[in-house]
Design a protein around this ligand. Structure first.
Ligand SMILES: *Cc1c(COP(=O)(O)O)cnc(C)c1O
Length: 457
């Protein structure tokens, strides 16, 4: 290795005028290339190491790598092999083709977002979704905002500002991240009145807590936990009867928001929005990107007079959906009109109900290639595992699945990092010294296999 001396370093100008320099400028713009070349040359001057590092070709290659990495978006597609189907950190529900096409159709065009084409004047943004939601929930009216947290904030702020909301102690949930029901309630300007105990709440507890300052009775789906044993909660029906007797509305936060009975697809029963409304809930709220399988959104459905008040709240404007998500959610809701084909078309449902035999077959197909790519570094086996719906949906349900278990001699963290460094990062879970890749959510096996050779490199 010949030591680098200053006068061997080419000038910035010479690098830019070279063929590789010109190609870089054409790809990334002259300004960005100039700045990156200057930085590289400065580093060479400061370190003065290997003379080979200072060739025009080597400098251009380093600058190209740096500019390419800087140009890459940080929001990237990944393989979600964590076994959590609706993974909040990985973007929850995958949209069906119909929704992706609907986004594409409106993205680069002017659209009739708030324009009534028949009358030739201003129209309503909610009109695109309200009819679909009313049809699917049996509510009188419906509206949609940014997510379910926003739906709750808006509903609580509209119906109970500076007044009391009665909630069972067994339902004061923390969903993860920053979502805690008592905090949302405070931010909405409401006073939380807790009733009952952690494990047992009776109708009489609500009855005793309702007073002149009460504005609302609220029920919350305990999404990510369950109180078992000596437990009691009050269902919507008696709770609605009690609230109505005292002249109050009942708000039910359903969390995941199933629109159809999931038992049809071999999944556990989950109360649907239509059932909650039929049982007497005056308003329900739920997420668009959990069991419903659509884009991030929060749906509010219920009595016409209450939805009208919500729509008049100035906060609604700050929380509303844009045209892209309206297009996507509309496309997803339209798929529900044909339940027979829903599992084939809606990825969230398709992945949750994917047969174990199909996943095991996939595992057997992938095993030889993965073993080969990691030969001498890790042992790869097929193991049974359990997937979960995720995002607090169907919290007790474990869905039998199959995984590739990759057990290195040592350094499972390093192994996991190598999988994450692939062009389409592979995210698994680490369990007991092994990297576990749950194959339930792997549908693009060709794409998965195509990048394995980089793992051996
Ligand atoms: C998930 C969940 C929320 C929050 O919904 P986002 O759409 O994530 O804002 C609120 N309440 C319950 C019961 C939930 O399960």
């Amino acid at each position: 290795m010949a030591k680098l001396i200053r006068r061997n370093i080419p000038s910035v100008d010479r690098i830019l005028r070279s063929a590789p320099g010109a190609a870089l400028a054409a790809a990334h713009g002259r300004g960005a290339v100039l700045a990156a070349v200057r930085d590289d040359v400065d580093r060479l001057r400061a370190s003065l190491q290997d003379r080979g590092d200072a060739s025009v070709e080597r400098i251009a290659a380093r600058v190209a790598a740096e500019l390419e990495s800087a140009a890459q978006a940080s929001l990237r597609p990944v393989f979600n092999l964590t076994g959590t189907i609706l993974h909040t950190n990985l973007g929850r529900a995958l949209l069906p083709r119909e929704a992706v096409e609907a986004i594409g159709a409106v993205a680069a065009q002017a659209v009739s977002l708030e324009y009534n084409l028949e009358a030739g004047r201003r129209g309503e943004r909610d009109r695109h979704l309200e009819g679909l939601l009313v049809g699917l929930t049996g509510a009188e009216r419906a509206t949609v905002v940014n997510n379910n947290a926003a739906a709750l904030l808006l509903a609580l702020n509209t119906l109970a500002l500076r007044r009391e909301v009665v909630v069972s102690r067994g339902e004061l949930v923390e969903i993860g991240g920053e979502f805690r029901l008592p905090e949302i309630m405070r931010r909405a300007g409401c006073k939380l009145v807790e009733v009952g105990t952690t494990n047992r709440t009776h109708a009489r507890d609500y009855a005793e807590a309702i007073g002149p300052r009460t504005a609302l009775v609220m029920k919350v789906h305990p999404s990510n936990y369950r109180i078992v044993g000596f437990a009691k909660a009050v269902d919507e029906k008696p709770l609605a009867a009690l609230a109505h007797q005292r002249g109050l509305p009942l708000l039910s936060d359903l969390g995941s928001g199933a629109l159809l009975d999931l038992r049809r697809w071999g999944l556990p029963r989950e109360r649907t929005a239509a059932e909650a409304i039929a049982a007497g809930a005056d308003l329900v709220t739920f997420s668009g990107d959990k069991l419903l399988g659509g884009p991030q959104a929060g749906i509010i459905a219920g009595r016409a007079e209450l939805v009208a008040r919500i729509n008049r709240n100035a906060l609604k404007r700050a929380l509303r959906l844009d045209k892209l998500r309206i297009a996507a959610l509309g496309a997803v809701l339209r798929l529900y009109a044909d339940p027979d084909r829903l599992a084939a078309r809606l990825p969230a449902l398709r992945l949750m109900s994917r047969p174990l035999a199909e996943i095991e077959q996939l595992a057997r197909r992938l095993l030889p290639a993965v073993s080969r790519a990691l030969a001498g570094r890790a042992a790869v086996t097929i193991e049974g595992c359990e997937s979960e719906a995720g995002s607090g949906s169907l919290p007790e349900e474990r869905i039998a699945s199959a995984a590739l278990e990759i057990r290195p001699g040592a350094g499972v963290e390093k192994l996991a990092r190598a999988w994450r460094a692939l062009p389409v990062p592979v995210i698994g879970r680490i369990h007991d010294g092994a990297l576990v890749l749950d194959l339930r959510c792997l549908e693009d096996d060709a794409g998965f296999l195509a990048q394995l050779d980089r793992l051996s490199a």
